[in-house]
Structure formats: structure tokens, C-alpha cells
Design a protein around this ligand. Structure first.
Ligand SMILES: [Fe+2]
Ligand SMILES: [Fe+2]
Length: 280
């Protein structure tokens, strides 16, 4: 059996659609993933009431028996409350969501590390510091080669194309160093959110010297703030042994979540190759 991972992001309580929130819970209850990842932006404005709602959601998922791995997003740092933003940017996140800022999960197929990229000084683009880069290398160095090494951040580590044009999204701060560290750590899959857009491609196609990572972006799972008219969605990942993964985008259709595109990616030791899976 592969590791079955649901990757949700940008759930944004305070700007959420309750029907879609319920839809995620119904889908997860039916599929019973081994791990639920939520890659940040739990709230819309880091308000206490919004954190309470996000916490209640996480408590319902835990009560349903799911293992969770979560990292904060830029919306989880108070924006307008300047004193709070600089003195204790992640205090509410730690109190309501999780104390653990470098969460780790490992089973027979995968090793997953979450890293916090949300900072008080950079509102949007996020940042990785030297200690975090060292931690990424240190943690993954102990993982056997046949396991898929997955890194989770809120902000994407790589600049991605926007739509069909040549414009690129902004990548995480200290971008070049971060990409090198991720490459040295042998990260196979980089999961992130923030842009409310689904996207999957080999990092090498986006950035030179990017190493062998596969970049997988999640849309917003439950927010009403949609980009490019892309409806709410999340990623459903099956990680088989030896770096062979299936990625399905699970999209909201106005009434329920359904399986959308289904792509199989295999890693040949150097780069990821994709082939669309035809079954539905
Ligand atoms: Fe977001
Ligand atoms: Fe964000």
C-alpha cells in the first residue's frame, strides 16, 4: 500500500465557505488518508475568532483519527496589529494551531518535513533562514534512499509561470541558497500553497540548478477568495516506494469534491517524468 496523503492549503477561516469546509471533511472521512498536510494560511487575518474556527476544524480532523502535519502561512501573522506582529508574530498560531514549527512525519514510504516561511517583516514572499536550511539537510540525511523526501512550506521555493505568459511568481526569500539546500538535501517533492493555484512540474523546468525536486502547488481548499476562477481544490497524493507518486487534484464542483486530473510521476534518479493516468 502506498502512503496516501491529502495536501490542503490556504483554508483561510474568516473567508471560508462552510459548505466547502464540510466537503473536505466528508471527502477525508471517505478516503481515510495516512496523513493530512495543511500548508498554511489557516486564517484570513490572524484574528482570534478565526483561529478558534481553524482549531475546531483541526480538532474535528484529529477526532476522526487523522494524523496532521501543518505549517503557518503569512495570513497567520497579525498584519494590522503592529505590536503583536513584531513582538510575537506566531504566538496565536502556536497557541491555537501548533507549537511545532518544524513538524516531521515518517513511514515506510515517505519522510515529510514542514518548515515555517512566514515572517513579520516580509508580508507576502516568505523566507528561509540558515538554520532552517541546515535542518532540511540534517533531517533528510538520515532517511533511506527508497523513501520519498517531501518538504512542506507555505511559500513556494521556486518562481513559477503565471498563466500562459512569461511573468513569474515571487519565490521564497534567499531563493538561490534555499534551492541549493533543498537540492543538497535530496528533496524529491516540494509541497506549497499561497497562490491559490494548482501546479505541478519538475523544479528543473522552472529554475536552473534546481536539483531533482518535483514542485506541487495546492489551490485553496476552502477559501472564497479564488484566483483565475479556479475553484477550491486540494491534492491527493499516493507515494509508492522508490519515488513513484500519483497526484490527483480533488476539485470542488459547487456541491462536492471530485477527482480531477490524475498524473503519475516517476523519478529516474535525476529527474521526474510524468505520464497522465487515464483511469477515473
Ligand atoms: Fe492564502
Ligand atoms: Fe499565503
Amino acid at each position: 500500500m502506498p502512503a496516501r496523503i491529502a495536501h490542503l492549503s490556504d483554508i483561510h477561516f474568516g473567508a471560508h465557505d462552510p459548505a466547502v469546509v464540510a466537503g473536505t471533511e466528508a471527502w477525508l472521512a471517505e478516503q481515510q488518508p495516512d496523513l493530512v498536510i495543511i500548508s498554511g494560511d489557516f486564517t484570513q487575518r490572524a484574528r482570534i475568532e478565526q483561529f478558534r474556527e481553524a482549531r475546531a476544524y483541526l480538532e474535528r480532523l484529529r477526532a476522526a483519527g487523522f494524523r496532521l502535519l501543518v505549517v503557518p502561512g503569512n495570513h497567520d501573522v497579525p498584519l494590522y496589529d503592529v505590536a503583536r506582529r513584531f513582538a510575537a508574530p506566531l504566538r496565536r498560531y502556536k497557541h491555537y494551531i501548533s507549537h511545532e514549527l518544524c513538524p516531521w512525519f515518517e513511514d515506510d514510504h515517505v519522510a515529510v518535513l514542514g518548515i515555517n516561511t512566514a515572517r513579520s517583516l516580509t508580508i507576502k514572499s516568505g523566507r528561509l533562514n540558515r538554520d532552517q536550511m541546515a535542518l532540511i539537510e540534517e533531517k533528510f540525511a538520515q532517511v533511506p534512499a527508497e523513501k520519498t523526501r517531501i518538504l512542506v512550506t507555505h511559500h513556494p521555493l521556486y518562481a513559477m509561470p503565471i498563466g500562459e505568459g512569461t511573468e513569474l511568481t515571487e519565490a521564497v526569500g534567499r531563493h538561490d541558497d534555499a534551492v541549493k539546500a533543498v537540492c543538497r538535501a535530496g528533496v524529491h517533492v516540494a509541497l506549497a500553497g499561497h497562490y491559490h493555484r494548482t501546479y505541478a512540474a519538475a523544479a528543473r523546468k522552472m529554475v536552473e540548478q534546481a536539483g531533482g525536486a518535483l514542485v506541487v502547488q495546492a489551490g485553496t481548499a476552502t477559501s472564497v477568495r479564488l484566483r483565475n476562477n479556479e475553484l477550491q481544490s486540494f491534492n491527493w497524493i499516493h507515494a509508492h516506494r522508490n519515488n513513484d507518486i500519483e497526484l490527483q487534484v480533488i476539485a470542488w464542483d459547487g456541491a462536492a469534491f471530485h477527482r480531477g486530473s490524475h498524473v503519475r510521476f516517476t523519478y529516474d534518479g535525476d529527474t521526474w517524468q510524468s505520464a497522465t493516468v487515464i483511469d477515473a
